[in-house]
Design a protein. Sequence first.
Length: 283
Amino acid sequence: MSRLKSYLLSFFYLTLTLSFEVSQASDCLKLIEDNQCIEAVNTCKVEASDGDLNSQLLYGYLLSKTSNGDFRRNYKKSVQSIRTAAEQDYTKAQLAMAEMYMNGEALPMNAKKAKQWYEKAAEKGDLDGINGLARLYRYGTGVRKNYERSFELYDQAASLNHIRSQVGLGLSYRDAKGTNKNLVKAYAWLSIASDNISDASFKKLQKDYEDERKTIDKSKSQCKYIAKIDEFSERMAIGYAKRALFDLKKRMSLKQIKKAKNLAIEIKKERALTRSLDSSSDS
């Protein structure tokens, strides 16, 4: 297995696509953000019992993802809570179920069941669900490899500003997976993803994260990162895009790079125009 494929599969299995779309942060979420893990478990359990879908999801993640201290994980209850929300058509819980089946930690690895949950999210137009299916088809995980279908799905989500799909689309152009090899288009899409965070800001984020990991109090339970899983996975994708761009620069002429940068500008303009037209039609 190539280093690239190994990295991508690790990224695929170990990252989650969780975001908390609530109009007002619940007590459960606030406690997680404050790293009050034991208090969060108790509060999230109550809110989950009251039928709050987001709290059911958060409670499940607390039980399987809280680390350090003397905290004991409970994978069975974690899956039960997340599945409860997923079966009520809560999209983020459906995505979480898919990732758990792919991760193979809280549940035995089962790519076919992961595909079913990704499909439920994708059918509603969820971009994380579409991206999940694209990755399955690219690597032939749980399905027969279908580079063309993978490319179509990446293209669909990338055009709607889904960062990880922009990276996937760029890699598809670079590696001729589902489309003709085109380094200019590969560079353009990877740069669009990379530009979401400047190089200087990205280096600072990396340093801050590494410094925090070195000084973390392992005698205390840690759960605050649960509230930032989506942000963290996007940051990983952007970091990978930056590394891929660095590699592409070695393989492209200055003329090709200039053409790619101009193409990226045109894609952004076209995307902005599309958003503007959509907003006008909605109003």
